[in-house]
Design a protein around this ligand. Sequence first.
Ligand code: ATP
Ligand code: MG
Length: 415
Amino acid sequence: MNDILPAQTPRWQQLESSMREVLQAYCYDEIRMPIVESTRLFKRSIGEATDIVEKEMYTFTDRNQDSLSLRPEGTASCVRAALQNGLLHNQVQRLWYMGPMFRHERPQKGRYRQFHQIGVEAFGMQGPDIDAEMILMTARLWQKLGLTDLRLEINSLGSAEARGVYRDKLVEYFSAHQDQLDEDSQRRLTRNPLRILDSKNPDMQAVISQAPEFAEYLDQESADHFAQLLGLLDTAGIDYTVNPRLVRGLDYYCKTVFEWITDSLGAQGTVCAGGRYDGMVEHFGGKPTPAVGFAMGLERLIAMLEEADIALPDSAPDVYLMCMQAQDMNTAMQIAENLRNDIPGLRVLQHCGAGSFKSQIKKADKSGATLALLLGETERQNNSISIKHLREQQDQIEIPQTDLSSYLKKALQKA
Ligand code: ATP
Ligand code: MG
């Protein structure tokens, strides 16, 4: 679980604000859910025979002996919240959330025990157009951020019935190759054989690659849905690879599943994953409600932004306000406040506390400010303020305090 230090937060803000802009452009509304939920919620949605539920959740009993868990992902909470608050009554919803998720995994690059996701969920729309919208939205984010090293893999998991038939075929196949299955996969053989395809164990890849493919068992409706979705992506100019081995571990995923993957981060290459889960709302007691969503891993995206050395917006102060005598403290504070009133967005760093001219100007320089504003003996007598350019060779000038705002607007090109 990481501290995110001031040197790193500008990256986070860059990512978060870009995604907010994208979400606004598609008219998604933010929802905020609690970080702790009843353990049962996750067992019932994510599925008992998944890595998350079997070994990754932070689960504890509270003072009432209720079993609670720190949320390992957001979809289950979002469905619960939407249902409980009547958001799914005869209406469509486009929702998003952001925040920490918790999984007790082996920490390594791109894999942490507290990590952050932005999750997006859409309810009440069954056609492939909303699936396409999800993908276009993420593609727009990559473009906005300047991330290029990402590829889209996509697949269809079909209807529950079709998956049932396929499931039996998988059990048959993997049972015939039991000696090649690792311990996890042995256990999943009867409980959740699809999940075997998602195994990260390199020793399992050979037996997995020979397994029957789902495409043969895909039902007509899902096949049409998938074909239409691919058509929409083609029209939008989005490149993709159909990966018949792509499964998502959740039992309620159906039809569309997709992942955005990068080769620039090593083993932890999936930065965004999602799909359709038409069965979940009904499973939680709601009316049958089609749903589709995705979650992206912010740590991995931040690592990509760092790796690609994407420029950060400038966050240095515009002006550093120096004040030489304690008796000028009042004036200095007023000047700083007036500037913030007069010039929206201006970053004013006021020197607080005492200090010689030399030490203050050193701090001004170190802050990265464009200009230093000086308030000393002479300035007090003249009701003036002196301005020193810290980044370019220019003579220091002294102007009336009343002219300061208009001077700075011009000098810093602030509207
Ligand atoms: P992985 O296969 O990498 O374990 P997952 O299938 O468990 O991923 P999801 O539950 O689909 O992951 O979560 C969506 C995204 O959240 C992932 O694609 C990844 O970017 C990010 N993510 C998941 N687990 C972690 C983690 N422990 N640390 C950092 N990011 C994570
Ligand atoms: Mg995982």
